[in-house]
Design a protein around this ligand. Structure first.
Ligand SMILES: *[C@@H]1O[C@H](CO)[C@@H](O)[C@H](O)[C@H]1NC(C)=O
Ligand SMILES: *[C@@H]1O[C@H](CO)[C@@H](O)[C@H](O)[C@H]1NC(C)=O
Length: 232
C-alpha cells in the first residue's frame, strides 16, 4: 500500500484509539464492528496497536472489583480533567475479537497509578497496587488473548505530563510487575515483554529506573517523541 494512505489510516486509528476504553458510552465509543476499521487494520498486515495513552493510568479493569463499571467523566481536579474510568470485560472481549480477526499485534498499557495518591501538583507517590492488573492479566490469559507486550504506565517519567512518579518507586514496581508476568505466564517462552516507561526521555530518571529494577526486568525501554508538536 502507498505510504501516504498507510499514514492516513494510522492517523485515523490513532484518533479513535482514546475512545476504545470509554466504551461505556456507546454513542461515543468507536464502533468496533465498522468494516472500515477492520479493513484499515488488516491493510497494515499485522499492525501493532498500543492500547493506552493519556487516560490509561486512570483505567480500572472490571475484574474482581466491587464498584460499578462507570465511564470516564469530567471532574475539575482529575488527571487531564477526568475521573477514573472502567474497562468492562465485554468491551475487552470485543476488542480482542477485532484484533484476532485483523491480525493486529497488541501492546497493552497498564495503569501504573493504581493505588498511588496525588501529593501535590503533578507528583504522585505511594506504592502501586498490583491487584487489579493481576486479575486483568489473569482474565486475559484465561481467554487466550495474545498480548505481545505489557507496558507499564504512560508518560510518568522525568517531569511527566499530567503526573510524574519517582524513578525509584517506579523501579520497584516494575520488579513486582515482572514477577506477576512470570507467575501468570507459566511457560517462559510464552511470556510477553515488559515495556516501560513510555514517557519522555530524562537521562537521570531512566538510569535510576534501571539501577533500581536491575537487569532483565524491563525488556525494552520505550520513550515518546513528538517531533511535529503535541499529538503528532
Ligand atoms: C468536559 O470537558 C471538556 C473540556 O474541558 C469540554 O469540552 C466538554 O464539553 C466537557 N464535557 C462535559 C460532559 O461536561
Ligand atoms: C489494592 O486494591 C484492591 C482492589 O483492587 C483492594 O481490595 C486492596 O485493599 C488494595 N490493597 C491495598 C494494599 O491498598
Amino acid at each position: 500500500m502507498e505510504l501516504r494512505l498507510r499514514l492516513l489510516l494510522l492517523a485515523l486509528i490513532c484518533l479513535h484509539a482514546p475512545r476504545w476504553a470509554s466504551a461505556q458510552q456507546p454513542e461515543e465509543a468507536t464502533d468496533l464492528d465498522h468494516p472500515f476499521l477492520a479493513e484499515a487494520i488488516q491493510a497494515f498486515d499485522h499492525l501493532r496497536i498500543r492500547l493506552g495513552g493519556s487516560l490509561q493510568d486512570r483505567v480500572v479493569y472490571d475484574v474482581g472489583t466491587e464498584s460499578p463499571c462507570s465511564p470516564f467523566t469530567n471532574v475539575s481536579n482529575g488527571l487531564f480533567g477526568f475521573s477514573v474510568g472502567c474497562l468492562g470485560m465485554d468491551r475487552w472481549d470485543k476488542l480482542n475479537d477485532l484484533f484476532q480477526r485483523t491480525g493486529a499485534i497488541v501492546t497493552f498499557g497498564v495503569n501504573a497509578l493504581y493505588g498511588r495518591y496525588n501529593v501535590r501538583r503533578s507528583i504522585w507517590a505511594g506504592k502501586w497496587n498490583s491487584t487489579n492488573a493481576y486479575d486483568f492479566i489473569k482474565y486475559t490469559i484465561s481467554k487466550g488473548y495474545p498480548v505481545s507486550s505489557w507496558e507499564f504506565g504512560n508518560e510518568l517519567s522525568g517531569h511527566g505530563i499530567g503526573a510524574k512518579v519517582d524513578a525509584k518507586l517506579y523501579g520497584k514496581d516494575v520488579i513486582e510487575f515482572k514477577s506477576i508476568l512470570r507467575q501468570l505466564y507459566k511457560a517462559p517462552l510464552s511470556q510477553p515483554l515488559l515495556l516501560g516507561p513510555g514517557g519522555f526521555f530524562d537521562q537521570q530518571w531512566y538510569s535510576q529506573l534501571f539501577e533500581t529494577s536491575g537487569h532483565g526486568v524491563v525488556n525494552a525501554l520505550s520513550h515518546h517523541v513528538y517531533n511535529h508538536g503535541g499529538g503528532m
